[in-house]
Structures are given as C-alpha cells and as structure tokens.
Design a protein around this ligand. Sequence first.
Ligand code: FE2
Length: 347
Amino acid sequence: MTPPAFADAVTTRQKARAAGLDPNHWYPVEYERGLPACSIRATSFWGAAVALWRDVDGRVHALEDRCAHRSVEGCRLACAYHGWTYDETGRLVDVPHDRFGHTAPAVRLRDYPVRVRYGLIWMFPGDPALAERVPLPAVTSLDGSEPWAYVPIDFTWRAHHSMVMDNLCDLTHAHLHRRFASFQPGRLLDWDATDGRVLLRYEAKVGPRVRYDVAPSPMTICFEYPHHWAAFEWSGIRGRIRYWTFLLPMDVRTTRVFFVMTYDRLRLPALPLSVPHRALRWVLAAVQPFVRSLLDQDGVALEAEQRGYETHWEAPLVELNPAVALLHRLTIRKWEAHLARSLGVPA
Ligand SMILES: [Fe+2]
C-alpha cells in the first residue's frame, strides 16, 4: 500500500505529506548561469514537465515539456523526433519536410511566466493572469546598495517538500549533525502562526564556535508560505546572517532546494576589524564543500524519512517539536484553498 493521496488522507501528517504547493507563487527552477544561450534544461513543477530554454537574445522561456526528445534547432526548442520547432510562446512555427502533404498539427505548448533575479530563474506555474500581481520573494539582504555575501547552494532530494520544510524549521535535530556540529539542540521560545506564515523563535548555540563556551543566539525561523527564511547571528561571532530556502516541489517525492544564505560583515570578538562582504564571499566559496557535507546529512535523513513514510504512513508519529504541527496545518490550509479555487468554490 502506498501513502494516501490528499483526498484520501486522514491524519494531519498524511495530508501534509500529500499536499502540493500553491502554484500561484514564484518558484526558482534553475540558476541563471546554468542555462547558457541556445540551451535547454528540464525541470518540473508538481509532476508537470517543463523545458527551460534560453533564446539567442539571452531571454529565458519556460515551456510545457511534452516531448521526450527535445533538442535545440537553430536556437529554438525543437522536437528531435519530428524536427518541429516552437517559438517562445510555445506555438509550433516550423514543420519541415512535409512531402507527404500532411497539414501542420495545431500544437500549442503552455508557456509559463519567467523572471530572472538573484542569479535564479523564477517560474510562475499557476494562473498566468496572476503573475504580474504576485511579487517575487524579496531577498532583502541582496537588494540594497551593499549586498551581503552570498554563495548559492542547491540540492535535489527525494523527499516531499513538507519534510524539507519540517527539517528547515526544526532545531531539535542537532544529533544528525554531530560529525559537523553546526548547532546544538535549540529551545523553542515561542511561535506565532498567522494565515500565511509560521514564525518560530528559538535560542540555540549555532555556527562554527558551538563547541566553545559561547552564549546561545536568538534565532528566528519562518515558514513564509511557500518559502522559508531564518535570521540569526552565529554564537560568539558578531554579524547578521539571513538565509532563505526556496523549495521547488518537482513531484510528490522530489524537491529541489535552493539555499540563499547571505552574510553581513562578520566580527570575531578577538579581531579588531570586521570581515567585509568581498572577503566573506571568498571564505564562503572556500567552505562550500563543508557546507555541502553538512547539508548532505539532511538530504540523507530526509530521503530515509521519505522511504520510512512510504512504508509506515499508517503508524502513529512521535514528534518532539510542537512547531511541526503548525507547519503541517499551514501547508494543508493553503493546498485546500488552492484546490477550492481551482474548482471554483469560494474559500
Ligand atoms: Fe539539519
């Protein structure tokens, strides 16, 4: 028996683990540098295959990917099987070698609104009429005249997006990271759940000095539907850190996770000077393999949790952190509202 679909789910956890994410938001799908001119990358949103394609003028397009044999012909998206090519709106523009007198089929691929910002390509998978009205998520620390240091990092994990969100918001899983201790079990001080977000305030020892005698830091972690952000300072090191995590729900058990971790100038108590943004970028790039190893541990745990859930979805759950139920309720509420809207039912 496989876990129940959303309509058949009984418990809060089963519903959260079957819910999608509301398509009427902007989702990152690829890095800008990952899509050179005249190239194609495949992605998907909740099971709908999408071909990302950059034209000869450098503009990015996202088209429904109906063709398993797509390629680039003359810098256009093409079906490698028939050689048909499409324009940027998904309209079939060229049907070559029509020597048997066939008329061109009326094929029109769906095209999705696309934006480029923060080095990421963003797609709006929902109602295109809403795309103009829904703002892109603001990474405020990169928006100012002096952007904070930022080195991108991403993973594709075989786990439902709600599991990833649980992990991001739950500071009780320090045991998992004992090899690369980056935080110690956090204490949830209080929380605030509204219609669109769950804001959690923790206190935890966090950062590279957790093994030293340093005071714990306050840490705010937020599920700002459908994304995640956290704001804190490393314990024993002065300097603001804000990171955003953007989840792309590729399908019911695959999530691409884009981390946008940004660092303001850091200052160690022993040093008279602060580390400026430019130097920090070098440091961040240098410690990238370490950060990947650390987050790989989350990936291994999440993929194990997904497999465990698929086997034991009927078993009762032991959950230590009361915040997790709040996260699940927000995910469920938003998905129910989306389903009701798509059926034309007033919320
Ligand atoms: Fe973790």
